[in-house]
Write a protein that binds this ligand. Structure first.
Ligand SMILES: *Cc1c(COP(=O)(O)O)cnc(C)c1O
Length: 385
C-alpha cells in the first residue's frame, strides 16, 4: 500500500481531522484548495524542484556505513538529509510552504518553533522569497536556544516570546494559530511537522515525500533492485519519518519509528485532541497534556502526527523508544566510526539499531539521517566533558 490521501474530513482512520475554532475553518479550507491546485500544477512542481536542487542541494546522497556496519553486525545505510542547506530535512517543507504562500498572494509567514530549527528554516525561506517572517517561540526555549534566536534575527525574522502555559513549543503553536486567525488575508502559517489540523499533516507529508522517492531509487540501485529489510527514523511530530516511509510503504520493508522514552506519544500515549488534530498524546490521569522530556529539544513534543497513530493502529509501522543514555552512546558511535556527527534526533534511530543489534543481525537497515550535529556539539561537550 502506498500512503493514501486522508479522507475528505482529513482523517487517517480515526486520527487527524480539523478540530479548530469556527474562525479558522475558512483559512484551513482555503489552504487545502490552494495546496491541491498547486500540487497538481507542473509549473509549481518544477519551481519547487528547482529550489530543492539549486538552493537546498538535493538530491541528498545515500551513504553506506562500512565501519559502523561491521561493528554492529547490521548493514546500515544513511539517507543524508543532514547535508541539506540549513542542516536538516526541514528545508523541504518550508520551501514548499513558502512557495505556496507566495502563490496564494500572501506576504507574511508565521511559524512556531521549539528548539529553533524550524524557526531558522522558515526565516531562511522567507529571506529567500522576500517575505516578512514572525516566529513564535516559548519564553523558556528562547533562553535555552540563544544561538538559534540570533540566527533567526540575522535572517531578518522577528522572534516573539510565547508567554502562556509552560512557555514552550505547545504554547508557541497556540500563539502562531492565534496570529494566523487575525491576519489570514496577508499571512500563511508555516507549520513545522506532519501535525495540526487538516490539510497540514497531509501537505507536510507530501513536501517530504522527496526523501522517500530519492531513497527508494538509491536503494534499488545499491541493492540490485531490492529494498532494505527495515526503514527507520526518529519521530518528534513525525515529518522526516513519514517522508522516508512514503517511499517504502508499498514494499514489505518494516517501518520503525523511534521516539524518546520521555516523549513516547505512540508508545505510551492515548488518543486525544490537541493542536487541531486527534492523535496519540501523552496525557496525565486527568487528561491534561503532559510535557515531553528528551535530551533532544527537537523531539520534545507530547503528541505525534495523526498518520503515525494510524500506521501504528493498523500495524504497518511500529514504534520503539530509547533512553537519553542510549542516544549519547549512538551520537559518539557514528562520529567515531563514520566521521559523521549526527543531530541528537536521528541519533535516537541509531540508538535503537545499536541496542537491538542482536535481533537485527545480518539485516539491511535504512536510517533517515534527518540532521547534522553542529547544533548539539555544545550540549554534548557539557555532558561528556
Ligand atoms: C525538527 C527535527 C526533527 C523532528 O521533527 P520530525 O517532524 O519528527 O521530523 C528530527 N530531526 C531533526 C534533525 C530536526 O531538526
Amino acid at each position: 500500500m502506498a500512503l493514501a490521501e486522508p479522507s475528505s474530513s482529513g482523517r487517517f482512520g480515526e486520527f487527524g481531522g480539523r478540530y479548530v475554532p469556527e474562525t479558522l475553518v475558512p483559512a484551513c479550507l482555503e489552504l487545502e484548495r490552494a495546496f491541491r491546485s498547486a500540487w497538481g500544477d507542473p509549473s509549481f512542481r518544477n519551481e519547487l524542484d528547482g529550489l530543492l536542487a539549486d538552493y537546498a542541494g538535493r538530491p541528498s546522497p545515500l551513504t553506506e556505513c562500512h565501519r559502523l556496519s561491521e561493528e554492529l553486525g547490521v548493514r546500515v545505510l544513511l539517507k543524508r538529509e543532514d547535508l541539506n542547506h540549513t542542516g536538516s530535512h526541514k528545508i523541504n517543507n518550508v520551501l514548499g510552504q513558502a512557495l505556496l504562500a507566495k502563490r496564494m498572494g500572501k506576504s507574511r509567514l508565521v511559524a512556531e518553533t521549539g528548539a529553533g530549527q524550524h524557526g531558522v528554516a522558515s526565516a531562511t525561506a522567507a529571506a529567500l522569497m522576500g517575505m516578512e517572517c514572525m516566529v513564535y517561540m516559548g519564553e523558556v526555549d528562547i533562553q535555552r536556544q540563544a544561538l538559534n534566536v540570533f540566527r533567526m534575527k540575522l535572517l531578518g525574522a522577528e522572534v516573539v516570546p510565547a508567554l502562556s502555559g509552560s512557555r514552550t513549543l505547545k504554547d508557541a503553536v497556540n500563539e502562531a494559530m492565534r496570529d494566523w486567525v487575525a491576519t489570514v488575508e496577508t499571512t500563511h502559517y508555516c507549520l513545522g511537522s506532519v501535525m495540526g489540523p487538516h490539510p497540514y499533516p497531509w501537505m507536510v507529508r507530501e513536501f517530504h515525500t522527496v526523501i522517500g522517492l530519492e531513497a527508494r531509487e538509491q536503494c534499488e540501485k545499491l541493492l540490485d533492485g531490492a529494498v532494505p529489510d527495515i526503514v527507520t527514523a526518529c519521530v518528534g511530530g513525525g515529518s522526516n519519518a513519514i517522508g522516508i516511509f512514503s517511499g517504502f510503504a508499498d514494499t514489505d520493508a518494516e517501518l520503525v519509528g523511534v521516539e524518546p522514552a520521555g516523549g513516547a506519544a505512540v508508545g505510551r500515549g492515548v488518543p486525544g485532541v490537541v493542536h487541531g488534530m486527534k492523535s496519540y498524546l501523552m496525557q496525565d490521569e486527568f487528561g491534561q497534556v503532559q510535557e515531553a522530556h528528551s535530551i533532544s529539544a527537537g523531539l520534545d513534543y507530547p503528541g505525534v502526527g495523526p498518520e503515525h497513530s494510524f500506521l501504528s493502529s493498523i500495524g504497518r509501522a511500529r514504534y520503539e523508544a530509547v533512553t537519553d543514555e542510549q542516544v549519547i552512546d549512538a551520537f559518539q558511535l557514528l562520529s567515531r566510526t563514520e566521521g559523521i556527527i549526527p543531530a541528537l534526533e536521528p541519533a535516537h534511530a541509531l540508538a535503537w539499531i545499536s541496542r537491538d543489534r542482536e535481533k537485527l543481525a545480518g539485516k539491511t537497515v535504512l536510517l533517515n539521517m534527518s540532521g547534522r550535529g553542529d547544533k548539539d556539539v555544545g550540549q554534548m561537550m557539557e555532558i561528556l566533558g
